[in-house]
Design a protein around this ligand. Structure first.
Ligand code: SAH
Ligand code: SF4
Ligand code: F3S
Length: 449
């Protein structure tokens, strides 16, 4: 019998990327082959996102294309995984008859069984959310590379009023610290140079009394030449202990993604974000004191229900005060089932767009200025490979997660840590010249560093 071949296309956040690797890990165990092309596969999954309306529309569009593959090869199994599963299962399976299988984020272990049933013509739905499933016992399928993602917790208990995540991914739960540290050690042995620890709200990680700072410290000592990043931090739970831990360990990156969402206390309250702008700004100041040179990025939503021009100006104000290195900026998108969906005073589309554009323009000029201010500095850069635009240049990343472009030379290869002196910058990219080799790929620094 020919081998089953699976292809997964991933949408949404990095947690979905990590989940795809878990699903592929499960299927590899059952003898499936992984392929990078939908045309070669007899099992095709879309791992979906529901965060904003356009994320869902993209999936419907893509399912339309995939239907052509199925028309040609009717034995192909098509499935929906991820955050759309629970919300849209009846629509997808019964009404539009578009897919054979719909599986939510906590039932991935049942996928092999669902596929077997689909081969004999039975539709399958598994969308129950779990309070305990963390896939701690699954080894994710990862191709060799420099960067890897590890989910350290699942779900979210925060219930921000605009957000579907608590409904699509269920209650918060953490993986065991030991299993995460083991995974980090395996990645280090395979030559990875960067690991990002993922959760919707990593600061509330807890395993037998050990918190996120403890987890970071335990991961940091595994291999000092392995950079450890993490995302996302909720401002409510960012502890002093965490900040001191980042400052203490050279390989815990000096970069914090700390979504503010809005600069207006009235809107923050309506969003159920549980902090005030004053608390948020104090946190930023404290982090800058404890971790010199720390950089920040954020998420901002424009046009939340009831947002006045005054509220919008306060968001502009918080951006000017913090001077973020980068930001992910969105128009508010009403999501059915959330509290904000039923809130009155929606902001009209044109106003939302105008406010979002103002926010984007401001952030661009701030990023530009911040980058100009570090020209002349020397940065430790992890070499990633050729730059996107030219084979005469290499690209890498700083500890603070900024992309640096520098002239290609045979002396360097992906995985090297080098020192680069910055000589030019745009709002999105830094440019520089190599000063010296620090740690060649394949070699590690001693544990005591
Ligand atoms: N757990 C993370 C956020 C995950 S979602 C946190 O709390 O920071 C990523 C971002 O998408 C959010 O920070 C928010 O800015 C945006 N987002 C979520 N729901 C949205 C909605 N309904 N409309 C517009 N943006 C939204
Ligand atoms: Fe959504 Fe808020 Fe949870 Fe982030 S913290 S995933 S925005 S509910
Ligand atoms: Fe989207 Fe689900 Fe992530 S809704 S942003 S894929 S948690």
């Amino acid at each position: 019998m020919p081998k089953n071949k699976v292809y997964i296309e991933t949408y949404g956040c990095q947690m979905n990327v990590a989940d795809t690797e878990i699903v592929l890990g499960i299927l590899k165990n059952k003898g499936y082959e992984v392929t990078n092309s939908a045309d070669n596969a007899n099992v095709i999954f879309l791992n979906t996102c529901s965060i904003r309306e356009n994320a869902e529309q993209r999936i419907y569009g893509r399912l339309g294309n995939l239907k052509k593959i199925k028309d040609n090869k009717p034995e192909t199994v098509i499935g929906i995984l991820g955050c759309m599963a629970e919300r849209l299962r009846t629509d997808l399976i019964d009404q539009k008859k578009m897919v054979d299988i719909v599986v939510g984020p906590d039932e991935y272990k049942r996928i092999p069984e669902f596929i077997d049933n689909a081969f004999i013509g039975e539709k399958g739905i598994g969308v129950k959310l779990s309070r305990t499933e963390t896939y701690d016992d699954i080894i994710p399928y990862r191709e060799d590379g420099l960067s890897a993602w590890i989910s350290v917790m699942r779900g979210c208990d925060k219930f921000c009023t605009f957000c579907v995540v608590p409904f699509t991914r269920g209650r918060e739960r953490s993986r065991s610290l030991e299993s995460i540290v083991d995974e980090v050690a395996q990645l280090s042995q395979r030559g990875f140079r960067e690991v990002s620890l993922l959760g919707q709200n990593v600061n509330s990680y807890i395993d037998n009394g050990r918190d996120f700072a403890d987890l970071l410290a335990s991961c940091a000592v595994v291999d000092r030449s392995l950079r450890i990043r993490f995302t996302t931090s909720h401002p409510q739970d960012l502890s002093d202990k965490l900040l001191h831990t980042i400052a203490e360990h050279s390989n815990l990156c000096n970069y914090i993604h700390l979504p503010v969402q809005s600069g207006s206390n009235r809107i923050l309250e309506a969003m159920n974000r549980t902090y005030t702008v004053e608390h948020y700004l104090e946190l930023i100041e404290k982090a800058r004191r404890i971790i010199p040179g720390v950089s920040f990025s954020t998420d901002i939503i424009a046009g939340f229900p009831g947002e006045t021009y005054e509220d919008h100006l306060q968001t502009i104000d918080v951006m000017q005060k913090v001077r973020y290195d980068g930001a992910y900026m969105f128009k508010y998108s009403p999501r059915e089932g959330t509290k904000a969906f039923r809130m009155p005073d929606s902001v009209d589309e044109a106003t939302k767009t105008k406010r979002l554009n103002e926010i984007i323009d401001l952030q661009q000029s701030i990023s530009y200025e911040v980058n100009q201010s570090i020209i002349g500095q020397e940065e430790v850069v992890l070499v990633e490979g050729f730059s996107k635009k030219s084979n005469e240049f290499f690209a890498g990343r700083t500890d603070s997660n900024k992309v640096v472009i520098f002239p290609y030379s045979e002396e360097f290869k992906p995985g090297d840590y080098i020192k680069v002196k910055l000589n030019k910058a745009t709002s999105a990219t830094l440019f520089g010249d190599v000063v010296e080799m620090l740690i060649p790929s394949g070699s590690k620094v001693p544990k005591t560093a």
